[in-house]
Structure formats: structure tokens, C-alpha cells
Write a protein that binds this ligand. Sequence first.
Ligand SMILES: NC(=O)c1ccc[n+]([C@@H]2O[C@H](COP(=O)([O-])OP(=O)(O)OC[C@H]3O[C@@H](n4cnc5c(N)ncnc54)[C@H](OP(=O)(O)O)[C@@H]3O)[C@@H](O)[C@H]2O)c1
Length: 331
Amino acid sequence: MCRYAGMMTRMQTRRFGRLGWQVSEVGYGLWGMGGWSGSDDEQSLSALEYAIERGCTFFDTALAYGDGHSERLLGQVLKRHPHRTVYVATKIPPKNGQWPARPDYRLEDVFPPDHILASTETSLKNLGIETIDLQQFHVWTDEWAHDERWQRAVDDMKRQGLIRGFGISVNRWEPTNVLKALDTGLVDSVQVVYNIFDQNPEDELFPACRERDIAVIARVPFDEGSLTGTMRPGMTWPQGDWRNLYFSPDKLPEILKRVEEVRRDVPAGMSMPELALRFILSNPDVATVIPGMRRKLHVETNLGVSDGRPLDPELIERLRRHRWVRTYFVP
Ligand SMILES: NC(=O)c1ccc[n+]([C@@H]2O[C@H](COP(=O)([O-])OP(=O)(O)OC[C@H]3O[C@@H](n4cnc5c(N)ncnc54)[C@H](OP(=O)(O)O)[C@@H]3O)[C@@H](O)[C@H]2O)c1
């Protein structure tokens, strides 16, 4: 954390579980600027800069995003704001390079202790900081929950002051595949896909986190962009862009059909991105939501939603009908 807090934040904050931090309830996701096509570093830097000025204090990146690219961009911005209180979360990639982790993968192939330490040291260098506030595993299977090797590695890094907190970013659409790990007492936060479509974490994961005072980071609030309401039939991205897989021609029509159904529930005067974020923020189990943003305009819109006004309970009930249980494979 860059300490010496001073400036009053203009955004709402929430307590980050048992770590006790007060973080902005709208945080910042950096995946796009690290690896998606159409990213422009100058644009990303100015968006990050603006977010810090506006009082955003929680930034989620990963060593895997552009092989450290988004960590380095964040590091550049942090250097310019040594007096701001900003919490940095990053992730250790799976050593075998496979997303998501499968139950039959061996811990020694994915998160061996030397890889945990080496990745953390590389991230520290990329970010230009001495301690990572929140280090997370980028994939997980609960088959490893009771394996002492990762437990010891995490504990060692905390004792050495390399990290302050430890979290797990769970596989897409597998929100219960972490419950055993929560019982170890070593997990400070869980990062999970939670949005108007993906409401399953409410069933078991959120109550489990609430009982243990573990912070919830809600990721992918816009379903990778569909819930912003800006996508069109037949859309494709340049070769190599991961979104070609997520929004493949066999999946896009159904996604867009469901988006149109959500659109009918958007109240007058509210935009779809605003509704998507307000749905998530209306749930007090969420400590922070991390929209992916590369444009200043998006930062402005999204941070502006943090005004402490929850959605009307009747509207939340209507939005519950858009729950979509997806199980097909997407990394
Ligand atoms: N396995 C994991 O741990 C994992 C996996 C996925 C995501 N994550 C984390 O979660 C974060 C969020 O997920 P995501 O970035 O994949 O998807 P997302 O937040 O659901 O969607 C991001 C997309 O929405 C657009 N957008 C943002 N605000 C907008 C607005 N107000 N109006 C219109 N469009 C808007 C962004 O555009 P611009 O980029 O052009 O601004 C981007 O194309 C990631 O950045 C990452 O930090 C973690």
C-alpha cells in the first residue's frame, strides 16, 4: 500500500473483510489493458491516473496480464502518487499455464512453493513496491485445500512482509470450488464472477465468506462487456483476442438475447452499465467490484455509481430473474 493517506476520498468505501482495510466499493480491473486488443498504454495510464484522483483505492491486476504489462503500467502510476492510500491486488499465474485448474492437476505442477515466491518477487519488481497488499492464486481447485505446501508458502510470504493479505480467484462459474480452502483460515479474500447473469455466488459462497469475515471481490461485472449493452450481433475481435472465444458465434446470439431482456428492466434515466454495477453494490456481502476499464470515460461513469444508493428492492427482485447458470467451458 502506498501510505501517508491524506486526501479525502470522494467515493463510498467498504471494509475489506478481516484485513480491516477501507477500500473504494468500486475498484479497478486491469486485465484489458494488459492483454486485450485495442489497448493503448497512454489511454490506460490516463484512465488509471484519473481513477486515483477520483478516490478509487483498489486495483486488481495479475502477472499473467500481458506478462506483467498491466502491473508495470500500474507501477508507473503508483510512483506518481506516493502519498495516496491505494491497495494493490495481483495474482500468481498457474505454473502449467492452464486456465482453469482441473481437479486432477497436481499442486506441484501449478503452485509449487518456488513458483509462488518467484512470481511474487517478479510482481513486486513490476509494480515497484515493497509489499503486495493482496496476493492471489489465479486458479484454484479445492482438491489442494489441505495441502500444507501452499499454506506454508503463503504464511512465509506474509511473515517476510512480501504480502499483507492472501486471496483466491476462483475459476469462472465454480463459486463453491473454494469452500474447503476457506476453512484453513489462511484466505483473506475470494475473487469471483458476480453480475446480473451470474448470481450463484449468493447461494453458498457469500454466506461462507460472511461467517468467516472474508472479503468478496466481485469480478466481471459486465459479463466481459455484454452487460454494458454495447455489443452487436456478429461482433468479432482481432485474432488472438480472448473475447472471440467468450463471445464465439455459437454463444453470442443467446448472450445478446438475454442482454435485451435485461435492457427491459433498466429504469428510465439509468444506463445499463450503471444498473449492472448497482445490482452488485446493492449486495452488502461484496467488499468491492472491479470493472475492467481502459477509458477515462468509463472510469468516470463507473466510479460515479459509488454514491451509496442501493437499487430499489423490487427492481432487485426483477433482476433476479436474469440469473443464468452456465456450465460450458470457458477459461
Ligand atoms: N481469473 C481471474 O482472476 C479473472 C478473470 C477475469 C477478470 N478478472 C478481473 O476482473 C476484472 C473485470 O473483468 P473484465 O475486465 O474481464 O470484464 P468486465 O469488467 O465485465 O468488462 C470489461 C469491459 O467493459 C467495458 N466497460 C467498462 N465500463 C464501461 C462503461 N461504463 N460503458 C461501456 N463499457 C464499459 C470495458 O471497456 P474498456 O476496457 O474499453 O474501458 C471492457 O471492454 C478484470 O479486469 C480483472 O481484473 C479476473
